[in-house]
Ligand binder design. Structure first.
Ligand SMILES: NC(=O)c1ccc[n+]([C@@H]2O[C@H](COP(=O)([O-])OP(=O)(O)OC[C@H]3O[C@@H](n4cnc5c(N)ncnc54)[C@H](OP(=O)(O)O)[C@@H]3O)[C@@H](O)[C@H]2O)c1
Length: 322
């Protein structure tokens, strides 16, 4: 069975791989080797961020694979994200330049706004990556940097060709609707949390209808989060869920492969993270089966409205999704 393994992005027509590799929580000590091995195993999209604190090492892994002739730069699709403390228009390009320099790359394929949360600036030489707080502070502090000005800076980076495409992450429909009223360059992609406990069906459909590709993060639901609760709700791990297990057994696949395939069947890209190269290989092996209507109906019933990546549960008050 041959299946499409890319999404064609608006404006540039560039092909974005439907299955990549996520760099969050990849320890810098392991990142070079992990990324190098992932590329060797067939990964072609690397999803990083300044906030992950491992861009130097991720870049080394990428460049090692290129140097050894495993891939050419143009075979890879490198994604990274602008952190919240760099939203003011004068801080966007310097943050982007630092990220390029850290990775040792001359361009990225996609540059995303990580969160629509303008936090007070922290100088790069004071703390990097700065995280959510000002140095020594116990609560977050916002800054008056309008999204419209930030988007214009993102557009300039796209116009320079240093990021081939630009996009957004953790945006809702209201904010996208507003952004589309002033954007000269439409976002190429939206990256959001998506798994059977948080299916966001209408968001995905509406965003795709605007010509914006959708990427799912945390496809395995609670797997990468220590806490299993959000607003007091609980849920069992999706990777061992009986409904997912039954579907996996029927197709002769793993539960991880079924969870990734569930997104692909909505033309949504996935970026699973694994420190284990055998799991990374199996996470890529999802283009030779599809879920049936019956499977999809069973998974639809798992919806809990349960979000794991929620700033409101990080110890500061920010009901971002309200
Ligand atoms: N835009 C945003 O705000 C945002 C937020 C969160 C994540 N992301 C992106 O999305 C990526 C993926 O999301 P995520 O890191 O939350 O987690 P994820 O990919 O949903 O889950 C990762 C967890 O699943 C395990 N795992 C991976 N493959 C497996 C397999 N085949 N079988 C069993 N277990 C497996 C990993 O363990 P091992 O490592 O031990 O294999 C790890 O504990 C991130 O790395 C990041 O790039 C973006």
């Amino acid at each position: 069975m041959t299946q499409e393994q890319h999404i064609v992005l608006n404006r540039t027509g560039q092909k974005m791989p439907l299955c990549g590799f996520g760099c969050w929580k990849v320890d810098p000590a392991d990142a070079e080797e992990t990324i190098y091995n992932a590329i060797k195993a067939g990964v072609r999209l690397i999803d990083g961020a300044g906030d992950y604190g491992n861009e130097v090492e991720v870049g080394r892994g990428i460049n090692k694979a290129i140097k050894e002739g495993i891939v050419k730069r143009e075979d890879l699709f490198v994604v990274t994200k602008l952190w919240n403390t760099f939203h003011a228009k004068e801080n966007v390009r310097p943050a982007f330049d630092k990220q390029l320099q850290d990775m040792g790359l001359s361009y990225v394929d996609l540059y995303l706004i990580h969160f629509p949360v303008p936090l007070k600036h922290v100088a790069i030489d004071a703390a990097y990556p700065p995280g959510w707080y000002q140095i020594g502070a116990k609560d977050i502090e916002f800054e008056r940097s309008p999204m419209q000005d930030l988007w214009r800076e993102m557009e300039k980076i796209a116009e320079s060709g240093d990021a081939k495409n630009i996009g957004i992450s953790n945006f809702n429909v209201q904010l996208i609707l507003d952004l589309l009223t002033y954007a000269n360059i439409k976002p190429a992609t939206l990256q959001v949390e998506l798994h059977p406990y948080l299916q966001q069906k209408r968001l995905v459909e509406w965003v795709q209808k605007q010509g914006i590709a959708v990427t799912a993060y945390s496809s395995f639901g609670p797997a990468s989060f220590i806490q299993l609760t959000d607003d007091g709700k609980t849920a069992e791990p999706l990777l061992g869920h009986p409904v997912i297990k039954t579907i996996a057994e029927k197709h002769g696949k793993s539960t991880a492969q079924v969870l990734l395939r569930w997104s692909l069947d909505r033309n949504v890209a996935v970026i699973p993270k694994s420190m284990n190269v055998e799991r990374t290989k199996s996470n890529l092996d999802i283009f030779n089966f599809t879920l049936t209507e019956e499977d999809l109906a069973a998974i639809a019933k798992l919806e809990l409205g349960l979000r794991f990546n929620n700033p409101d549960s990080y110890g500061f008050e920010l009901p971002l999704w309200s």
